[in-house]
Ligand binder design. Structure first.
Ligand code: SER
Length: 872
């Protein structure tokens, strides 16, 4: 059965069992601070398990893109080394939200596997939770055991421990016992030798778990205790690629049609053959896996970057490049060439891949190019480290610096070192790594208390499109302590006018006031798993009374100006540059807006002008806001509304229209474009290959901008003695400056020439070496020329020059004739490194020429004095 049919069969089966089939949610999570990426099929439905929202139907099924590369579930380092772990994988899942429970979940799973997919019962095993002796004191799941007995021989039902058979979403939250279904696809011969039961959950490549049925019935609280959930739920997750392996009768996920087209392409590009060399096979698996993860992430709007989710993607991509570089000898970009076959294979089920193929290729190619450059630089640095090392073991600190500062992978360092007969101090490296981990853990450490519930009201109404203040009741609160913000309180109300950060727009600020006049400031508002959370430094005194909740009107208004201007900018870019322009990110603050979009080249001055004019014309046109809430998604799209990739939309959406600009948007906007007053682009630049960024301002900020520019101009005029034409006056100054610069350079050259003559006479012969250590009054370049000039006439020169350009600056330059350095093992780098300490600084270079800078000119006489000591 082809992989497409495997997926379709699953969805059809559950559709027939009255499940609503939904598309995969985007992989990058938006309103869940505990999760960077969707790491299991249930993650997009967390709000329903937590009771923060009501699902459209209490039975749902889908195939969800998952990424297990960070946090609690992280498989990254395993990928490639076995045949069944992946970074990106599809999880087929069916859910019951307070509807059916174990009986149906088990019976249907069995029916699907054995009657629909027709998997031989004799290769299946199931596990049930055996209970736990720890503080949870949980009983064995006899209910599941009895239910399984109806379908499968008792000796194929194994008891499993808490690690394998009790599923928890995170440190806190819904959890419960689970039953896993495992397959044993070994040959009959192998089976006769070793009993399959002994291989369950033992990391055997042919005895693997394919499906996990979780019976959610508890909530794990902050203090670690468990409480019963009011409603019981089902969460199942089946590994799509593993299921394909079983149904296609192959021994590895990588031999299924999900991966083989990519692997064939890698073979062609790298001129290798999969299945012949273990190292190359690992590299091929790594690459075929990672290119999927990276491509899907970019399609979902997550570009590789230096922080957060973007950094994780960058690391995955670099891991693939590194394996290609090391084991498949690919020294030029090639991953991007795999996107074509990937989008052909998966584009049907995931149209976002097809639609953004060109962009994905561009971004991957640029990342590869820049990382290969890093690798090149790293190789040079590593050579220098090897050359300067007095021991055969390179210190962990040095290797860590290479890894941390230059992004040079440690396994590559180890490989190169061993090729050159060196080793690395692995323990020292691990210590440095641990220190860094501790530092970042300490910075991000956070403890969250359980919610204190005041009113049991799960659904918090947002009224902030229509009102900026309201009388509210506090329904729950909790304390959160972090290193960054100290102690903060999170408050939830029955209704709220506060807009929570989302769609690029910042969260509202404001205050709460009770009838006694006590005020608490709301510092930020965010959405977490569908609940609007208000952040305060203090807890209100009278928790059970009503409060007047008031949004900071000025900040909201300025933010709205920027949000509406963002829509107009989007429209302008598509109008001026073309409809290939797609939004790739936006940040709407009260002071500025930032807009990232796909476009292949830098905007010309004329294009920028046209974009500004287009937006300002619509502002001058005083276009009214036409807002439609809850219109069907399809209707909005038919009317031409712009939707974004990587955004999660419901069946009904909110459409925002100003003239011909129409977008699906949950943010807040001005009532009329005239309110914006004016729009001004402040900068335009590249974020990644094919992605540009515009930063712009509106309203008051534009006034301030012009006012500041004007003031600067007056100050310049003032400095130029009220020149009528300041531009010309500045040009004249620049010309004068350039001519003076030239004169100075000539004077310095003359001075160096004279000096060279003078210094020749001062050379002293010591131990067969022409030696001079002296202070000279030249700049760095002058000193270098002087040293090489003197060097022309001598083959046995040892010079140390010092200069002090200011009271806090000193410089040492050491020149040694190459022949002399090589014959006697003199090292200018070592000289300046050691003597550099005397001027409170450091430096380095080659054995024949090196410089050091420092902060202490007072140390110069001492350094000059000590230079002789190197002549022994
Ligand atoms: N949440 C469970 C898992 O990820 C089942 O979907 O294994």
């Amino acid at each position: 059965m082809k992989s497409q049919d495997v997926r379709a069969t699953f969805l059809n089966f559950y559709k027939e069992k009255s499940h609503l089939i939904v598309p995969s949610a985007p992989m990058v999570t938006k309103d869940d601070p505990t999760l960077m990426f969707v790491n299991s099929g249930m993650a997009p439905f967390k709000e329903y398990f937590l009771g923060n929202g009501i699902p459209k139907k209490n039975r749902i099924a889908d195939s969800q893109k998952c990424l297990r590369v960070s946090g609690k579930h992280n498989d990254l380092e395993e990928v490639g080394y076995d045949t069944y772990h992946h970074t990106l994988f599809e999880m087929l899942g069916n859910w019951s939200f307070g509807d059916y429970f174990k009986k149906e979940a088990i019976a249907w799973a069995w029916e699907l596997l054995t009657e629909v997919y027709k998997i031989d019962k004799d290769i299946l095993y199931v596990t049930v939770f055996e209970g736990s002796e720890d503080s949870d004191k949980l009983k064995m799941d006899t209910e599941a055991f009895d239910l399984w007995k109806e379908f499968i021989a008792e000796d194929r039902i194994l008891k499993g421990n808490k690690k394998d058979n009790f599923w928890e979403m995170g440190e806190q939250g819904p959890c419960g016992p689970c039953s896993e279904i495992h397959v044993d696809i070994r040959s009959a011969e192998e089976k006769a030798k070793v009993d399959g039961r002994t291989l369950i959950n033992e990391d055997h490549p042919q005895v693997v778990e394919i499906w996990n049925l979780v019976f959610m019935q508890y909530n794990r609280k902050a203090d670690g205790s468990l409480e019963n959930l009011p409603n019981k739920h089902i969460d199942t997750g089946m590994g799509f690629e593993r299921l394909c392996m079983v149904l296609q009768n192959v021994q590895s996920n990588y031999d299924t049609d999900v991966f083989t087209p990519i692997i064939r392409e890698i073979e062609t590009i790298t001129n290798t053959k999969y299945g012949h060399n273990e190292k190359q096979d690992i590299a091929t698996r790594v690459i075929s896996d990672h290119v999927r993860a990276v491509a899907f992430s970019i399609a979902d709007g997550q570009l590789p970057s230096n922080t957060g989710a973007g950094y994780v993607i960058r690391r995955i991509l670099r891991r693939a490049v590194r394996y290609g570089f090391t084991f498949l000898d690919k020294k030029e970009p090639f991953l991007y060439r795999l996107v074509d076959v990937l989008s052909k294979k998966m584009g049907e089920a995931f149209p976002e891949l097809k639609a953004q193929k060109q962009l994905i290729e561009n971004v991957i190619k640029e990342e590869e190019t820049s990382f290969l450059r890093t690798l090149d630089q790293g190789l040079v640095l590593l050579d220098a480290i090897i050359e300067n090392s007095s021991s055969k073991e390179i210190s962990g600190e040095k290797v860590f610096e290479l890894y941390d500062t230059f992004g040079f992978p440690v396994d590559l360092t180890a490989l190169i070192l061993s090729e050159k007969g060196f080793t690395l101090d692995e323990k020292g490296f691990q210590e440095e790594l641990q220190k860094q981990k501790n530092r970042s853990r300490a910075a991000s450490e956070m403890s969250t208390e359980d919610w204190t519930i005041l009113v049991d009201d799960a659904v918090e109404e947002f009224i902030g499109y229509d009102s900026l203040d309201a009388n509210v009741k506090l329904t729950r609160y909790r304390k959160v302590t972090s290193k960054k913000d100290g102690e903060m309180y999170q408050l939830v109300f029955n209704l709220t006018p506060f807009y929570p950060e989302g769609g690029g727009q910042v969260g509202d600020k404001g205050y709460l006031e009770d009838v006694h006049g006590d005020v608490v400031y709301i510092l930020d508002t965010k959405k977490e798993n569908n609940v609007i959370i208000h952040f305060t430094k203090n807890l209100p005194k009278h928790l059970n009374e009503s409060f007047k909740a008031v949004v900071d009107e000025k900040q909201r208004y300025r933010t709205e100006c920027n949000h509406t201007a963002t829509h107009l900018l989007h429209q302008a870019l598509r109008e001026v540059l073309g409809v290939h322009v797609e939004q790739k990110g936006s940040a709407v603050h009260s002071k500025y807006l930032r807009f990232d979009f796909s476009h292949f080249s830098k905007l010309t001055t004329d294009e920028l002008r046209d974009v500004e004019d287009f937006v300002n014309a619509r502002i001058a046109g005083k276009l009214p806001l036409i807002e439609r809430r809850n219109i069907p998604m399809e209707q909005a799209l038919n009317e031409g509304a712009l939707a974004l990739f990587g955004e999660k939309y419901g069946d009904t959406v909110r459409a925002i229209k100003f003239g011909k600009s129409m977008e699906l948007c949950g943010g807040t906007h001005v009532k009329n474009t005239g309110d914006i007053w004016h729009f001004k682009i402040k900068s335009e630049g590249a974020v990644a290959s094919g992605i540009r960024r515009i930063e712009a301002i509106t309203n008051e900020a534009v006034k301030d901008f012009y006012y500041d520019n004007n003031r600067t101009l007056f100050e310049i005029k003032d400095l130029l003695n009220n020149a009528k034409e300041p531009v010309k006056a500045v040009q004249k100054l620049q010309e004068e400056n350039a001519s003076l610069q030239k004169q100075i350079e000539q004077l310095l050259k003359d001075k160096a020439k004279n000096l060279s003559g003078e210094l020749k006479n001062q050379l002293q012969e010591i131990n067969g070496v022409q030696f001079l250590a002296t202070k000279v009054d030249l700049d760095a370049n002058g000193i270098k020329n002087l040293a090489f000039d003197l060097g022309k006439d001598h083959k046995n020169l040892f010079l140390l020059f010092a200069t002090a350009p200011s009271k806090e600056k000193a410089m040492l330059t050491c020149y040694i004739s190459k022949e002399l350095a090589n014959q006697r093992g003199y090292d200018a780098g070592k000289v300046v490194r050691e003597l550099g300490k005397l001027i409170h600084g450091g430096g380095g270079g080659q054995n024949f020429f090196a410089t050091a800078g420092g902060r202490n000119p007072g140390g110069i006489p001492n350094a000059l004095d000590k230079a002789k000591d190197y002549l022994v």
